[in-house]
Design a protein. Sequence first.
Length: 451
Amino acid sequence: MTEETPTRVDMEKIVSLCRRRGFIFPSSEIYGGLSSCWDYGPLGVELKRNVKEAWWRAMVQERDDMVGLDTSILMHPQTWAASGHLEGFADPLVECKDCHLRWRSDELEGDRCPSCGGELTEPRMFNLMFKTFMGPVEDEASVVYLRPETAQGMFVNFQNVLNTTRKRLPFGIAQIGKSFRNEITTGNFIFRSREFEQMEIEFFVKPGTDSEWFNYWLEQRLNWYVKLGIKRENLRLREHGKEELSHYSRRTVDINYLFPMGWSELEGVANRGDFDLVQHAKYSGKSLEYFDDETKEHFLPYIIEPSAGVDRSVLAVLCDAYDEEADKEEIRVLLHLHPSLAPFKVAVLPLSRRENLVKFAKEIYADLRQCWVVSYDDAQSIGRRYRRQDEIGTPFCVTIDFQSLEDKQVTIRERDSMNQIRVPRAELQKTLEAKLEGERFDTQPLWTTKG
Ligand code: ATP
């Protein structure tokens, strides 16, 4: 977390934009907020859905060797005994004897309180799982946990998937869902929260082919971020040393992003070997072996796990897209969001609120909404409206002016270049479709200005 580059954006700017424009609010804000829990607002929920959809499409729907699941957050408590979470999912907690702030001792540089310099207590291991009770009686027998990862839901369903889908190795199971961790230190906005969403893959392979598949998935996952528009130079791989490997892992490489606070984990790719299937077979008493029809062997597959955070991906996307440009006396704030992620793909802007103009604009709005999430804005000057759309990353604005009523042509204005082209109303949808798919904006413009 130490490297500096001049392009790194301030976290305050991201937080402020998110709040101002309705991407992300503190949870239960009217009560003063709840520490490290966040609510996604009207634009945030669209952005987050788009991130998840991009992942689901690329990782599940476009592949032959992957199926999806949506498993329960509450699981049989034995799951967590088998997985090692009950015993090992803990961080060393220290408390300052003076100001009583709590810290993770493995994250501290010295042996004093970073806030007041006070003396710290001896570390004690603090389990990160949230506990609750199932049913009306609150006793030890009814304790259940909010899952701290989505992975276990996929391991315990391995045989169900095998039996119902007839998938053969190598194949994967994918899931997106909420996870909960009672983190000791939180902060950095949505980077580390106590309730968050994960996008995880458990990819089952024949032992001996695991190293190859590990490299394959690392590359796939890195490319996925780049395809979504994240700059390659802001992504880095970090190999875990032997001493820091989790108990289940044979190899782990983190995909790190240059967040405002420095290089930090966006996703972890782990080779979990057969640890999970061995454990669940042992604790459940069920065989989780795979039968290879060709070699007639029974064995436990190895698992490669690319595990990504939805919220950290959203934060990385926002940080990477954020830009400020000098624009006359003002600063133009814009999000260079990939069109597939932008909350609105198109904004329809009638130049004035004159009745016949509004009627024409509303017709266009209704048509375009059949295809995309579209915004309609008729408040204030056109310049201001363009800026509002730039700030939330809308790739294209369609402007309807008085000339449009006569020649049935409208203006499309592109966010990044601010170039404008004029197209016949009848061609509008087709043109936007091509531009949203990445066709160059400056191909044969009828006329081009800045605005
Ligand atoms: P860290 O070292 O930052 O605590 P981790 O190594 O414990 O993360 P994993 O258990 O590998 O994280 O979880 C997989 C992914 O889930 C992470 O790469 C991250 O994107 C996401 N994630 C984990 N914990 C949190 C959290 N508290 N808030 C938001 N996202 C999280």
